[in-house]
Design a protein around this ligand. Sequence first.
Ligand SMILES: Nc1ncnc2c1ncn2[C@@H]1O[C@H](COP(=O)(O)OP(=O)(O)O)[C@@H](O)[C@H]1O
Ligand SMILES: [Mg+2]
Length: 329
Amino acid sequence: MRALLDRLFPARAMREIGVLGMNGRNINYISRYNSRQLYPLVDDKLKTKQLALEHGVTTPELIGVISAQHDVRRIAELVKGHDGFCIKPAKGSGGKGILVVARVEDGRFFRTNGTEIPLIDLQRHLSNVLAGLFSLGGAPDVAIIEALIRPDEVFRDYSYAGVPDIRVVVFQGVPVMAMVRLSCAASNGKANLHQGAVGVGLAMDTGRAVCAVQRNRPVFIHPDTGHPLDGLVIPHWHALLELSCACADMTGLGYLGVDLVMDRERGPMLLELNARPGLAIQMANGTGLLPRLRRVEAEPRIVKAGVRERAAFAARHFGTRPAAIAAVA
Ligand SMILES: Nc1ncnc2c1ncn2[C@@H]1O[C@H](COP(=O)(O)OP(=O)(O)O)[C@@H](O)[C@H]1O
Ligand SMILES: [Mg+2]
């Protein structure tokens, strides 16, 4: 992380723009504001789904769960009638073990890039998920089979064969920074930065792109579609900000990464939550988290306010002008 930060921001500039480092995040934010006993709610995607259901927060449709090796052969029957789905480890992270089946035709399965996945490979993948190959600590896990998310039309020019997700860092219930992660050919239909997705920082008042990085380097166009990234504006921005506040409220965690997706038919929904959100969001925004976190800490009144007021506070104080693009370029 240090090397990465140094490359984009020289030491002095890093201090000036208030970049939060790994130690600062762990000591001053994660351990201070996130109670350990709440981690299981967000470290297990099935538990998160259950919690969301209880709080009326929409999540992608659950087709089923496979939890025993002898049920792996039931997959074809389980997904019957669905024209796409996604297999994921309940306790996975960083896109590991995620297999997106973008098309099902006559009982045959196809990836986002069009290549076929034989049934036997799907079964082997499920078997690996159950064995814990992709999961936290390598412990045995269960496989979640989820309906395919179909991204909102607004992303058509900005993502390649995959579903973009919108990460909002929410501190004491107040959204402080956001980015959209765009899938590319390099990221295999996944929107994880480590898999090669593009991270685009967003102005908190408008949801407009301010600056973008791929593999820690500034980028200005989508690498596959060639579309300039500065024209990207996330629709229904204020509704998304409020949704991120509601998601934080239901967990009780004080420092949280909320990942939202925009489905063409079902609208905004919660994809997953993260109690140890990464720091690369600062690269994607060309600015540091610290001044924003301190702004919230200095305002105890706002953390007790309702969802609307907290979202409005974020828009008022953390809007970034598009000039930030030039600052990193
Ligand atoms: N149901 C789905 N339909 C289509 N793509 C999905 C689906 N679920 C996840 N993805 C893609 O895979 C990526 C990783 O999934 P996610 O649930 O966030 O797990 P992880 O914890 O590994 O990041 C998402 O950012 C998205 O691009
Ligand atoms: Mg994710």
